[in-house]
Design a protein around this ligand. Sequence first.
Ligand code: NA7
Length: 536
Amino acid sequence: QLANEGLDYDVLIIGGGLSGIYSLLRVRELGLRVKVIEAGEAEGGTWFWNRYPGARFDSESYSYIFSFSQEVLDEWNWTEHFAPQTETLRYIQFLTQKFDLKKDMQFNTKIKSAHFQSPGNSWLLTDESGKQYSSRYLITAIGILNQTTLPAIPGINDYKGQAWHTARWPSDHSSLEGKRVGIIGTGATAIQTIQEIYKTVGSLTVFQRTPNWTAPLRNTKISPAEMVEIRAKYPEIFRKCLESYSCFIHVGDTRKTTDLSKEALFAHWEELYKLPGFAKVLGVSTDIATDREANRLYSEFNAKKIRERIKDPAVAEKLIPKNHGFGTRRVPLESGYYEAFNEPHVKLVDITGDPIERVTEKGIKTRDEEFEFDVLIYATGFDAVTGSFNAIDFQGTNNTKLKDVWSQGIQTFLGLTVKNFPNMFMIMGPHQMFGNIPRSIEYAVNWAADFIHYARDHNIQFVEATQENMDRWYRHVDECGQGLLANEVDSWMTGVNKNLAHKQRRSLTRYNGPAPGYRKRCDDVKARNYSDFVLG
Ligand code: NA7
């Protein structure tokens, strides 16, 4: 036990997704009093909210599973190589049941503010109803993509038909049958949605501002016999993930792209294209991420594949990204996305040529055309990473607001802590390794739990990052990103959201270096007994 008399809990955790439930497990193992507070009506986080048709992994199911429990690995069976949202949510529910987590979880509770109390060295959280909760430590497990953004287009409230954001999909999935549907966006979410809903809707109109590179997922079922083989390989799978740059099982090719002739390259890439999953994104030569000519060649290969799959050459050209190279934005994987545009009832509207002027009562008006819809779907993404933090009034020592600290650029130490916000650990905070998320969550939660464990054993009540270490971390994150073509492109990963006034310019949002290097740095801090921190 901590010497936390007078406090409701030793540790409060905001968020009941994968980060929150694993944090709960680890903190509970320390014998501490802990509570998860979750806004949704049930556990699952990202996988609770994103129920749009077609939502699924594009990393291998068995590389996504938590590795901490042999029992879970023995008992849980995946039925598809790339599990749909329904199966992932079932997996999360399986975890909460197995470890009886719900007794320490409170749902339907939105935290409005989190204020550090000094003196007292504790956190005081207030929910929307005004109820308060206090603890020594605070773990933020609030995700990186949950604050939905709608397009900054006039007239959104004028629309009289049904409309929703993909991350707020209504429970009645059958409701699109035969309907005239419009969808704005062609990011990862839109691609998964479009390739699924076009099969049943009456008509589908896709409003595209920026085409995205995407490549085949090639999902298949997992038979019970195959699941036995996968289970035997778990140690190897986790080892591969830990050794790789971004925690996936695919390992980058270290050969220089331009050492091979174009014919040899294209023949090699044809073989990769046939493979499932991110093989054709992460298994290619790593210089595609940094070398302009390598990237140009691989983009040319992928453009050729798109042209092969689209019947109308004019539509194919619209679907081929011209202003960013392959892999410089998140490459979602698709299953029949391009073929959807070969159907007569699916229309692609390139809004760079014919901009949307407004949403009307009946649908959308572009400069040249007016569209009527029964349903309008906003696949327009999120106020990523910092949006989750800005939705809560985080106040640290000396009344410092986190929003203000980050207003001119994100500052953290290890992506896990921030000066002036003592006793607070961020799971999947900015400047932290993301990659294959559960692998990164497991590491970050273990690191935070180990720190709390150490503090308890050494009677430490106060842990705080220093400005010097935050500055050093910023420089390190910046250096990791040098030379990456992805950092020359607007995307949520470079901090841009054109619908938000404060996110018009690129900023350093995520950790760009290799995951093993990230973990080594965090391990070193632990090995120094956290002496990089102010401990009190
Ligand atoms: P993304 O990747 O941010 O995509 C949002 C899409 O919506 C993208 O195509 C945007 O075009 C488009 N968008 C946003 N606002 C507008 C307006 N005003 N007009 C037209 N088009 C617009 O979000 P997702 O949900 O698809 O994916 C997020 C992550 O979730 C993904 O990376 C996966 O890791 C899981 P733009 O590109 O800005 O021109």
